[in-house]
Design a binder for this molecule. Structure first.
Ligand code: ACO
Length: 442
Protein backbone atom coordinates (compact mmCIF):
# COMPACT_ATOMS: atom_id res chain seq x y z
CA UNK A 1 0.00 0.00 0.00
CA UNK A 2 1.26 3.53 -0.77
CA UNK A 3 1.86 6.20 1.84
CA UNK A 4 -1.19 8.35 2.56
CA UNK A 5 -1.15 11.82 0.95
CA UNK A 6 -3.89 14.31 0.07
CA UNK A 7 -4.27 12.64 -3.36
CA UNK A 8 -3.95 9.25 -1.93
CA UNK A 9 -6.98 8.45 0.15
CA UNK A 10 -9.55 5.67 -0.11
CA UNK A 11 -13.21 6.71 -0.34
CA UNK A 12 -14.40 8.16 3.00
CA UNK A 13 -16.88 6.08 4.99
CA UNK A 14 -20.51 7.29 4.86
CA UNK A 15 -22.11 8.88 7.93
CA UNK A 16 -24.25 6.84 10.27
CA UNK A 17 -27.74 8.40 10.45
CA UNK A 18 -29.95 5.87 12.23
CA UNK A 19 -31.06 2.28 12.21
CA UNK A 20 -33.64 0.04 10.57
CA UNK A 21 -35.27 -2.78 12.50
CA UNK A 22 -35.44 -6.21 10.93
CA UNK A 23 -37.75 -8.85 12.40
CA UNK A 24 -37.06 -12.50 11.59
CA UNK A 25 -39.47 -14.91 13.36
CA UNK A 26 -39.39 -13.69 16.96
CA UNK A 27 -35.96 -12.02 16.71
CA UNK A 28 -35.31 -8.38 15.93
CA UNK A 29 -32.06 -6.89 14.73
CA UNK A 30 -30.98 -3.27 14.37
CA UNK A 31 -29.33 -2.55 11.03
CA UNK A 32 -27.37 0.72 10.75
CA UNK A 33 -28.55 3.26 8.16
CA UNK A 34 -25.73 5.16 6.48
CA UNK A 35 -25.86 8.23 4.26
CA UNK A 36 -23.52 9.37 1.49
CA UNK A 37 -22.61 12.98 0.71
CA UNK A 38 -25.52 13.34 -1.75
CA UNK A 39 -28.03 12.12 0.87
CA UNK A 40 -28.37 8.63 -0.61
CA UNK A 41 -29.28 6.24 2.18
CA UNK A 42 -28.36 2.60 2.57
CA UNK A 43 -29.09 -0.14 5.08
CA UNK A 44 -25.82 -1.71 6.17
CA UNK A 45 -26.34 -5.49 6.20
CA UNK A 46 -22.67 -6.46 6.52
CA UNK A 47 -23.29 -8.25 9.87
CA UNK A 48 -26.58 -9.86 8.79
CA UNK A 49 -25.41 -13.41 8.11
CA UNK A 50 -23.08 -13.48 11.07
CA UNK A 51 -25.90 -12.46 13.41
CA UNK A 52 -28.98 -14.11 11.86
CA UNK A 53 -27.71 -16.84 9.52
CA UNK A 54 -29.65 -15.20 6.68
CA UNK A 55 -28.36 -13.65 3.47
CA UNK A 56 -30.18 -11.22 1.15
CA UNK A 57 -31.21 -12.02 -2.43
CA UNK A 58 -30.71 -9.32 -5.04
CA UNK A 59 -30.32 -10.75 -8.55
CA UNK A 60 -28.30 -8.43 -10.81
CA UNK A 61 -27.48 -6.33 -7.71
CA UNK A 62 -30.18 -3.72 -8.44
CA UNK A 63 -30.40 -2.81 -4.73
CA UNK A 64 -26.88 -3.58 -3.61
CA UNK A 65 -24.18 -1.03 -2.83
CA UNK A 66 -20.98 -3.03 -3.32
CA UNK A 67 -18.57 -0.37 -2.02
CA UNK A 68 -18.11 3.21 -0.84
CA UNK A 69 -16.88 5.33 -3.72
CA UNK A 70 -15.98 9.00 -4.09
CA UNK A 71 -15.43 8.97 -7.86
CA UNK A 72 -18.71 9.44 -9.73
CA UNK A 73 -22.17 10.54 -8.68
CA UNK A 74 -25.30 9.71 -10.67
CA UNK A 75 -28.86 10.75 -9.86
CA UNK A 76 -30.81 8.60 -12.30
CA UNK A 77 -34.16 10.21 -11.50
CA UNK A 78 -32.90 13.73 -12.21
CA UNK A 79 -30.48 12.81 -15.03
CA UNK A 80 -27.37 14.06 -13.18
CA UNK A 81 -23.83 12.80 -13.78
CA UNK A 82 -20.77 14.26 -12.03
CA UNK A 83 -17.14 13.14 -12.00
CA UNK A 84 -15.55 13.99 -8.63
CA UNK A 85 -18.38 16.49 -8.08
CA UNK A 86 -17.97 18.26 -11.44
CA UNK A 87 -21.02 18.20 -13.77
CA UNK A 88 -20.42 16.23 -16.96
CA UNK A 89 -21.74 19.20 -18.98
CA UNK A 90 -18.87 21.40 -17.73
CA UNK A 91 -16.23 18.78 -18.40
CA UNK A 92 -17.65 18.11 -21.88
CA UNK A 93 -17.43 21.80 -22.70
CA UNK A 94 -14.16 22.77 -21.05
CA UNK A 95 -11.91 19.82 -20.25
CA UNK A 96 -9.70 17.43 -22.19
CA UNK A 97 -9.76 13.65 -21.93
CA UNK A 98 -6.38 13.50 -20.18
CA UNK A 99 -7.29 16.21 -17.67
CA UNK A 100 -10.59 14.38 -16.99
CA UNK A 101 -8.67 11.12 -16.58
CA UNK A 102 -6.41 12.70 -13.97
CA UNK A 103 -9.41 14.20 -12.17
CA UNK A 104 -11.11 10.80 -12.03
CA UNK A 105 -8.03 8.93 -10.89
CA UNK A 106 -6.69 11.40 -8.32
CA UNK A 107 -9.86 13.29 -7.29
CA UNK A 108 -8.41 16.77 -7.94
CA UNK A 109 -7.91 19.00 -10.96
CA UNK A 110 -4.27 18.61 -12.03
CA UNK A 111 -2.01 21.63 -11.79
CA UNK A 112 -0.29 22.69 -15.02
CA UNK A 113 2.84 20.88 -13.84
CA UNK A 114 1.01 17.66 -12.95
CA UNK A 115 -0.85 17.62 -16.26
CA UNK A 116 2.29 18.21 -18.25
CA UNK A 117 4.19 15.54 -16.32
CA UNK A 118 1.34 13.00 -16.80
CA UNK A 119 1.08 13.83 -20.53
CA UNK A 120 4.86 13.33 -20.73
CA UNK A 121 4.49 9.88 -19.15
CA UNK A 122 1.78 8.99 -21.67
CA UNK A 123 4.12 9.96 -24.50
CA UNK A 124 7.01 8.01 -22.98
CA UNK A 125 4.89 4.87 -22.72
CA UNK A 126 2.87 5.05 -25.93
CA UNK A 127 5.00 2.55 -27.89
CA UNK A 128 4.42 -1.18 -27.65
CA UNK A 129 7.34 -3.48 -26.94
CA UNK A 130 8.44 -4.93 -30.30
CA UNK A 131 7.77 -8.40 -28.89
CA UNK A 132 4.13 -7.43 -28.44
CA UNK A 133 3.79 -6.45 -32.09
CA UNK A 134 4.32 -10.10 -33.04
CA UNK A 135 1.21 -11.05 -31.08
CA UNK A 136 -0.98 -9.23 -33.60
CA UNK A 137 0.16 -11.68 -36.31
CA UNK A 138 -1.26 -14.54 -34.25
CA UNK A 139 -4.86 -13.35 -34.52
CA UNK A 140 -6.91 -14.22 -37.61
CA UNK A 141 -7.81 -11.06 -39.51
CA UNK A 142 -11.46 -11.79 -38.78
CA UNK A 143 -10.78 -11.46 -35.01
CA UNK A 144 -12.99 -8.99 -33.19
CA UNK A 145 -10.95 -5.95 -32.04
CA UNK A 146 -12.45 -6.29 -28.52
CA UNK A 147 -10.94 -9.79 -28.23
CA UNK A 148 -7.59 -8.43 -29.43
CA UNK A 149 -7.80 -5.45 -27.05
CA UNK A 150 -8.55 -7.56 -24.01
CA UNK A 151 -5.84 -10.13 -24.81
CA UNK A 152 -3.23 -7.50 -25.59
CA UNK A 153 -3.88 -5.47 -22.42
CA UNK A 154 -3.22 -8.63 -20.43
CA UNK A 155 -0.17 -9.39 -22.56
CA UNK A 156 1.27 -5.90 -21.86
CA UNK A 157 1.73 -6.89 -18.23
CA UNK A 158 4.16 -9.65 -19.29
CA UNK A 159 6.49 -6.98 -20.66
CA UNK A 160 6.25 -4.63 -17.67
CA UNK A 161 6.60 -6.86 -14.66
CA UNK A 162 8.27 -3.98 -12.79
CA UNK A 163 4.87 -2.32 -12.33
CA UNK A 164 2.93 -5.46 -11.38
CA UNK A 165 3.72 -5.38 -7.67
CA UNK A 166 2.73 -1.92 -6.62
CA UNK A 167 4.26 -0.62 -3.45
CA UNK A 168 3.89 3.11 -3.97
CA UNK A 169 1.91 5.68 -5.86
CA UNK A 170 4.77 6.40 -8.25
CA UNK A 171 4.67 2.83 -9.54
CA UNK A 172 0.90 3.09 -9.76
CA UNK A 173 1.18 6.26 -11.85
CA UNK A 174 3.65 4.61 -14.17
CA UNK A 175 1.35 1.58 -14.59
CA UNK A 176 -1.72 3.79 -15.12
CA UNK A 177 0.09 5.89 -17.74
CA UNK A 178 1.25 2.77 -19.57
CA UNK A 179 -2.24 1.30 -19.57
CA UNK A 180 -3.98 4.48 -20.72
CA UNK A 181 -1.43 5.21 -23.41
CA UNK A 182 -0.91 1.68 -24.70
CA UNK A 183 -4.66 0.93 -24.81
CA UNK A 184 -4.96 3.59 -27.50
CA UNK A 185 -1.94 2.20 -29.38
CA UNK A 186 -3.28 -1.37 -29.16
CA UNK A 187 -6.76 -0.26 -30.29
CA UNK A 188 -5.42 1.36 -33.46
CA UNK A 189 -3.06 -1.58 -34.09
CA UNK A 190 -5.95 -4.05 -33.68
CA UNK A 191 -7.84 -2.16 -36.36
CA UNK A 192 -4.84 -2.15 -38.71
CA UNK A 193 -4.33 -5.88 -38.09
CA UNK A 194 -8.00 -6.55 -38.83
CA UNK A 195 -7.76 -4.90 -42.26
CA UNK A 196 -4.36 -6.39 -43.07
CA UNK A 197 -2.49 -3.06 -43.08
CA UNK A 198 0.85 -2.29 -41.39
CA UNK A 199 0.74 -1.05 -37.80
CA UNK A 200 1.56 2.65 -37.52
CA UNK A 201 3.82 3.93 -34.72
CA UNK A 202 2.61 6.78 -32.48
CA UNK A 203 4.15 10.25 -32.91
CA UNK A 204 5.59 12.10 -29.89
CA UNK A 205 4.46 15.51 -31.21
CA UNK A 206 0.73 14.64 -31.24
CA UNK A 207 -1.67 14.75 -28.31
CA UNK A 208 -3.67 11.72 -27.13
CA UNK A 209 -6.62 12.11 -29.52
CA UNK A 210 -4.60 13.29 -32.52
CA UNK A 211 -2.25 10.36 -32.08
CA UNK A 212 -5.08 7.84 -32.06
CA UNK A 213 -6.45 9.23 -35.34
CA UNK A 214 -2.94 9.24 -36.83
CA UNK A 215 -2.41 5.57 -35.89
CA UNK A 216 -5.87 4.64 -37.23
CA UNK A 217 -5.69 6.42 -40.55
CA UNK A 218 -2.05 7.06 -41.54
CA UNK A 219 -0.28 4.70 -43.93
CA UNK A 220 3.49 4.17 -44.22
CA UNK A 221 3.46 6.22 -47.42
CA UNK A 222 0.75 8.74 -46.51
CA UNK A 223 0.55 10.71 -43.27
CA UNK A 224 -2.98 11.42 -42.03
CA UNK A 225 -3.36 14.95 -40.66
CA UNK A 226 -6.16 14.76 -38.08
CA UNK A 227 -8.98 17.25 -38.70
CA UNK A 228 -9.29 19.50 -35.58
CA UNK A 229 -13.11 19.06 -35.59
CA UNK A 230 -12.71 15.29 -35.52
CA UNK A 231 -10.15 15.62 -32.71
CA UNK A 232 -12.67 17.72 -30.72
CA UNK A 233 -15.45 15.20 -31.37
CA UNK A 234 -13.20 12.35 -30.20
CA UNK A 235 -12.25 14.31 -27.08
CA UNK A 236 -15.93 14.83 -26.27
CA UNK A 237 -16.79 11.18 -26.89
CA UNK A 238 -13.98 9.97 -24.60
CA UNK A 239 -14.83 12.41 -21.77
CA UNK A 240 -18.49 11.33 -21.83
CA UNK A 241 -17.52 7.66 -21.54
CA UNK A 242 -14.78 8.10 -18.91
CA UNK A 243 -16.70 6.76 -15.90
CA UNK A 244 -20.15 5.68 -14.80
CA UNK A 245 -19.76 4.35 -11.25
CA UNK A 246 -20.57 0.67 -10.53
CA UNK A 247 -21.71 -0.49 -14.00
CA UNK A 248 -21.11 -4.05 -15.24
CA UNK A 249 -17.55 -3.55 -16.54
CA UNK A 250 -16.38 -1.36 -13.64
CA UNK A 251 -17.81 -3.83 -11.13
CA UNK A 252 -15.92 -6.54 -13.04
CA UNK A 253 -12.67 -4.57 -12.74
CA UNK A 254 -13.28 -4.16 -9.00
CA UNK A 255 -14.26 -7.81 -8.59
CA UNK A 256 -11.11 -9.05 -10.34
CA UNK A 257 -8.94 -6.46 -8.55
CA UNK A 258 -10.39 -7.50 -5.19
CA UNK A 259 -8.50 -10.80 -5.47
CA UNK A 260 -5.25 -8.82 -5.64
CA UNK A 261 -5.01 -9.20 -9.45
CA UNK A 262 -2.90 -6.50 -11.11
CA UNK A 263 -4.23 -3.41 -12.89
CA UNK A 264 -3.70 -4.84 -16.40
CA UNK A 265 -5.45 -8.16 -15.67
CA UNK A 266 -8.36 -6.35 -13.97
CA UNK A 267 -8.87 -3.88 -16.82
CA UNK A 268 -8.53 -6.61 -19.43
CA UNK A 269 -11.50 -8.31 -17.72
CA UNK A 270 -13.35 -4.97 -17.84
CA UNK A 271 -12.96 -4.94 -21.64
CA UNK A 272 -14.63 -8.37 -21.84
CA UNK A 273 -17.55 -7.25 -19.68
CA UNK A 274 -18.00 -4.13 -21.79
CA UNK A 275 -18.19 -6.14 -25.01
CA UNK A 276 -21.76 -7.44 -24.49
CA UNK A 277 -24.67 -5.85 -26.39
CA UNK A 278 -26.47 -4.94 -23.16
CA UNK A 279 -23.47 -2.83 -22.14
CA UNK A 280 -20.82 -1.19 -24.38
CA UNK A 281 -21.74 -3.36 -27.35
CA UNK A 282 -25.03 -1.46 -27.58
CA UNK A 283 -23.40 1.28 -29.68
CA UNK A 284 -22.91 -1.32 -32.46
CA UNK A 285 -26.40 -2.76 -31.96
CA UNK A 286 -27.95 0.71 -32.39
CA UNK A 287 -26.34 1.23 -35.80
CA UNK A 288 -27.31 -2.31 -36.86
CA UNK A 289 -30.90 -1.57 -35.77
CA UNK A 290 -30.98 1.73 -37.69
CA UNK A 291 -29.58 -0.02 -40.79
CA UNK A 292 -32.27 -2.69 -40.55
CA UNK A 293 -34.98 -0.03 -40.29
CA UNK A 294 -33.45 1.88 -43.21
CA UNK A 295 -32.79 -1.08 -45.52
CA UNK A 296 -36.10 -2.82 -44.90
CA UNK A 297 -38.01 0.47 -45.04
CA UNK A 298 -39.67 -0.25 -41.68
CA UNK A 299 -41.72 2.68 -40.33
CA UNK A 300 -41.00 3.93 -36.82
CA UNK A 301 -44.48 2.98 -35.68
CA UNK A 302 -43.97 -0.59 -36.98
CA UNK A 303 -40.62 -0.87 -35.21
CA UNK A 304 -42.02 0.41 -31.94
CA UNK A 305 -44.84 -2.16 -32.24
CA UNK A 306 -42.23 -4.92 -32.65
CA UNK A 307 -40.50 -3.67 -29.50
CA UNK A 308 -43.81 -3.68 -27.61
CA UNK A 309 -44.51 -7.23 -28.76
CA UNK A 310 -41.03 -8.04 -27.35
CA UNK A 311 -39.78 -9.31 -30.71
CA UNK A 312 -36.83 -6.90 -30.45
CA UNK A 313 -35.35 -4.45 -27.94
CA UNK A 314 -35.00 -0.79 -28.74
CA UNK A 315 -31.22 -0.68 -28.55
CA UNK A 316 -29.71 2.46 -27.03
CA UNK A 317 -32.80 2.92 -24.87
CA UNK A 318 -33.26 2.20 -21.18
CA UNK A 319 -30.81 2.14 -18.32
CA UNK A 320 -30.57 0.44 -14.95
CA UNK A 321 -29.93 3.75 -13.19
CA UNK A 322 -31.33 6.53 -15.41
CA UNK A 323 -35.08 6.81 -15.27
CA UNK A 324 -34.76 10.12 -17.10
CA UNK A 325 -32.81 11.31 -20.15
CA UNK A 326 -29.19 10.14 -19.89
CA UNK A 327 -27.23 13.45 -19.70
CA UNK A 328 -24.52 11.96 -21.93
CA UNK A 329 -27.11 11.16 -24.62
CA UNK A 330 -28.39 14.73 -24.41
CA UNK A 331 -24.87 16.11 -25.02
CA UNK A 332 -24.18 13.62 -27.82
CA UNK A 333 -27.50 14.34 -29.53
CA UNK A 334 -26.60 18.06 -29.65
CA UNK A 335 -23.04 17.28 -30.71
CA UNK A 336 -24.16 14.95 -33.52
CA UNK A 337 -25.83 17.85 -35.36
CA UNK A 338 -22.76 20.04 -34.95
CA UNK A 339 -20.19 17.38 -35.84
CA UNK A 340 -22.06 16.23 -38.96
CA UNK A 341 -22.58 19.83 -40.11
CA UNK A 342 -18.92 20.77 -39.52
CA UNK A 343 -17.68 17.69 -41.31
CA UNK A 344 -20.28 18.26 -44.05
CA UNK A 345 -21.60 14.72 -43.59
CA UNK A 346 -25.24 13.89 -44.16
CA UNK A 347 -26.11 10.66 -42.40
CA UNK A 348 -29.66 9.37 -42.89
CA UNK A 349 -29.11 7.35 -39.67
CA UNK A 350 -29.23 10.57 -37.64
CA UNK A 351 -32.63 11.48 -39.11
CA UNK A 352 -33.86 7.95 -38.40
CA UNK A 353 -32.54 8.03 -34.83
CA UNK A 354 -34.30 11.34 -34.11
CA UNK A 355 -37.56 10.05 -35.60
CA UNK A 356 -37.32 6.78 -33.67
CA UNK A 357 -36.65 8.62 -30.42
CA UNK A 358 -39.63 10.93 -30.98
CA UNK A 359 -41.97 8.01 -31.76
CA UNK A 360 -40.80 6.01 -28.75
CA UNK A 361 -41.02 8.89 -26.30
CA UNK A 362 -44.64 9.51 -27.28
CA UNK A 363 -45.57 5.89 -26.64
CA UNK A 364 -46.96 4.77 -23.29
CA UNK A 365 -44.78 1.61 -23.28
CA UNK A 366 -41.66 3.77 -22.99
CA UNK A 367 -43.27 6.50 -20.87
CA UNK A 368 -44.60 4.05 -18.28
CA UNK A 369 -41.22 2.33 -17.97
CA UNK A 370 -39.18 5.56 -17.99
CA UNK A 371 -37.19 4.42 -20.99
CA UNK A 372 -35.07 7.18 -22.56
CA UNK A 373 -32.10 7.21 -24.92
CA UNK A 374 -28.83 6.21 -23.24
CA UNK A 375 -25.26 7.16 -24.20
CA UNK A 376 -25.16 4.58 -26.99
CA UNK A 377 -28.14 5.90 -28.94
CA UNK A 378 -26.32 8.79 -30.65
CA UNK A 379 -22.65 7.88 -30.10
CA UNK A 380 -22.40 5.56 -33.12
CA UNK A 381 -23.58 8.32 -35.44
CA UNK A 382 -20.75 10.58 -34.29
CA UNK A 383 -18.21 7.76 -34.57
CA UNK A 384 -19.39 7.01 -38.13
CA UNK A 385 -18.98 10.65 -39.07
CA UNK A 386 -15.41 10.51 -37.71
CA UNK A 387 -14.68 7.56 -40.02
CA UNK A 388 -14.49 4.97 -37.24
CA UNK A 389 -15.61 1.54 -38.52
CA UNK A 390 -18.55 -0.11 -36.74
CA UNK A 391 -16.53 -3.03 -35.34
CA UNK A 392 -14.35 -0.48 -33.51
CA UNK A 393 -17.25 1.29 -31.76
CA UNK A 394 -17.06 -0.73 -28.55
CA UNK A 395 -13.27 -0.43 -28.58
CA UNK A 396 -13.75 3.36 -28.62
CA UNK A 397 -15.95 3.00 -25.55
CA UNK A 398 -13.22 0.93 -23.86
CA UNK A 399 -10.57 3.59 -24.56
CA UNK A 400 -12.92 6.16 -23.02
CA UNK A 401 -13.76 4.04 -19.97
CA UNK A 402 -10.13 3.21 -19.11
CA UNK A 403 -9.65 6.21 -16.71
CA UNK A 404 -12.77 5.14 -14.79
CA UNK A 405 -11.57 1.54 -14.49
CA UNK A 406 -8.14 2.73 -13.34
CA UNK A 407 -9.70 5.13 -10.81
CA UNK A 408 -11.92 2.40 -9.33
CA UNK A 409 -9.10 -0.12 -9.21
CA UNK A 410 -6.96 2.45 -7.36
CA UNK A 411 -9.72 3.44 -4.95
CA UNK A 412 -10.10 -0.21 -3.97
CA UNK A 413 -6.31 -0.72 -3.77
CA UNK A 414 -6.00 2.23 -1.38
CA UNK A 415 -8.72 0.83 0.87
CA UNK A 416 -6.99 -1.27 3.52
CA UNK A 417 -10.39 -2.60 4.66
CA UNK A 418 -11.23 -3.98 1.19
CA UNK A 419 -11.85 -7.75 1.07
CA UNK A 420 -12.08 -10.21 -1.79
CA UNK A 421 -15.51 -9.85 -3.43
CA UNK A 422 -17.47 -13.03 -2.91
CA UNK A 423 -21.28 -13.02 -3.25
CA UNK A 424 -23.31 -15.90 -1.85
CA UNK A 425 -26.20 -17.78 -3.42
CA UNK A 426 -29.48 -19.47 -2.60
CA UNK A 427 -28.79 -23.08 -3.57
CA UNK A 428 -31.75 -24.69 -5.37
CA UNK A 429 -30.08 -27.84 -6.72
CA UNK A 430 -30.23 -31.52 -5.71
CA UNK A 431 -29.93 -32.40 -2.05
CA UNK A 432 -27.55 -35.17 -0.91
CA UNK A 433 -27.54 -38.26 -3.17
CA UNK A 434 -25.18 -41.15 -3.96
CA UNK A 435 -22.92 -41.69 -6.93
CA UNK A 436 -24.61 -43.95 -9.54
CA UNK A 437 -22.27 -46.46 -11.31
CA UNK A 438 -22.44 -46.32 -15.14
CA UNK A 439 -24.18 -49.74 -15.55
CA UNK A 440 -26.99 -48.70 -13.21
CA UNK A 441 -27.89 -45.45 -15.08
CA UNK A 442 -31.08 -45.52 -17.13
N1 ACO B 1 -36.37 -1.93 -25.26
C1 ACO B 1 -37.57 -2.40 -24.88
N2 ACO B 1 -37.94 -2.63 -23.60
C2 ACO B 1 -37.05 -2.32 -22.67
C3 ACO B 1 -35.78 -1.81 -22.97
C4 ACO B 1 -35.45 -1.60 -24.33
N3 ACO B 1 -34.26 -1.11 -24.68
N4 ACO B 1 -35.08 -1.62 -21.83
C5 ACO B 1 -35.89 -2.00 -20.83
N5 ACO B 1 -37.09 -2.43 -21.33
C6 ACO B 1 -38.26 -2.88 -20.57
C7 ACO B 1 -38.03 -4.28 -20.01
O1 ACO B 1 -38.48 -5.26 -20.91
C8 ACO B 1 -38.87 -4.22 -18.74
O2 ACO B 1 -40.22 -4.32 -19.10
P1 ACO B 1 -41.24 -5.17 -18.14
O3 ACO B 1 -41.13 -4.53 -16.77
O4 ACO B 1 -42.55 -5.04 -18.79
O5 ACO B 1 -40.70 -6.57 -18.16
C9 ACO B 1 -38.66 -2.79 -18.25
O6 ACO B 1 -38.36 -2.02 -19.43
C10 ACO B 1 -37.51 -2.64 -17.24
O7 ACO B 1 -36.33 -3.08 -17.88
P2 ACO B 1 -35.24 -4.04 -17.26
O8 ACO B 1 -34.83 -5.05 -18.29
O9 ACO B 1 -35.67 -4.50 -15.92
O10 ACO B 1 -34.04 -3.03 -17.08
P3 ACO B 1 -32.59 -3.40 -16.64
O11 ACO B 1 -32.19 -2.35 -15.69
O12 ACO B 1 -32.47 -4.81 -16.19
O13 ACO B 1 -31.75 -3.29 -18.00
C11 ACO B 1 -30.66 -2.34 -19.86
C12 ACO B 1 -31.11 -2.14 -18.42
C13 ACO B 1 -29.84 -3.64 -19.97
C14 ACO B 1 -29.76 -1.18 -20.26
C15 ACO B 1 -31.92 -2.43 -20.76
O14 ACO B 1 -32.62 -1.21 -20.70
C16 ACO B 1 -31.56 -2.76 -22.20
O15 ACO B 1 -31.43 -3.93 -22.54
N6 ACO B 1 -31.41 -1.72 -23.08
C17 ACO B 1 -31.00 -1.96 -24.44
C18 ACO B 1 -29.49 -2.20 -24.51
C19 ACO B 1 -28.71 -0.94 -24.27
O16 ACO B 1 -29.00 0.11 -24.83
N7 ACO B 1 -27.66 -1.05 -23.43
C20 ACO B 1 -26.77 0.07 -23.11
C21 ACO B 1 -26.97 0.53 -21.70
S1 ACO B 1 -25.97 1.92 -21.36
C22 ACO B 1 -24.43 1.25 -21.15
O17 ACO B 1 -24.24 0.15 -20.76
C23 ACO B 1 -23.34 2.06 -21.51
Amino acid sequence: MPHSTAHNQPAPAPSSVGAATLKIDDRTMELPIVEGTESERAIDISKLRQETGHITVDPAYGNTGSCNSAITFIDGEKGILRYRGVPIEQLAERSTFIETAWLLIYGQFPTRKQLSSFSGLLTTHQMLHEGLRNHFDGFPNTAHPMAILSSMINAVSCYHQDVMDMEDDETFESAAARLLSKTRTIAAAAYKASIGRPIIYPRPDLNYCQNFLHMMFSLPYSEHEPNPDVVDALQLFLILHADHEQNCSTSTVRMVGSSGANLFASCSAGVCALWGPLHGGANVAVIQMLHEIHDQKITMKEYVQRVKKREVKLMGFGHRVYKNYDPRAKILKGAADKVLATLKVHDPMLDLARELEETALEDSYFKDRNLYPNVDFYSGIILRAMGIPVNMFTVMFAIGRMPGWIAHWREQWLDTASRIARPRQVYTGQTLRDYVPMDQRG
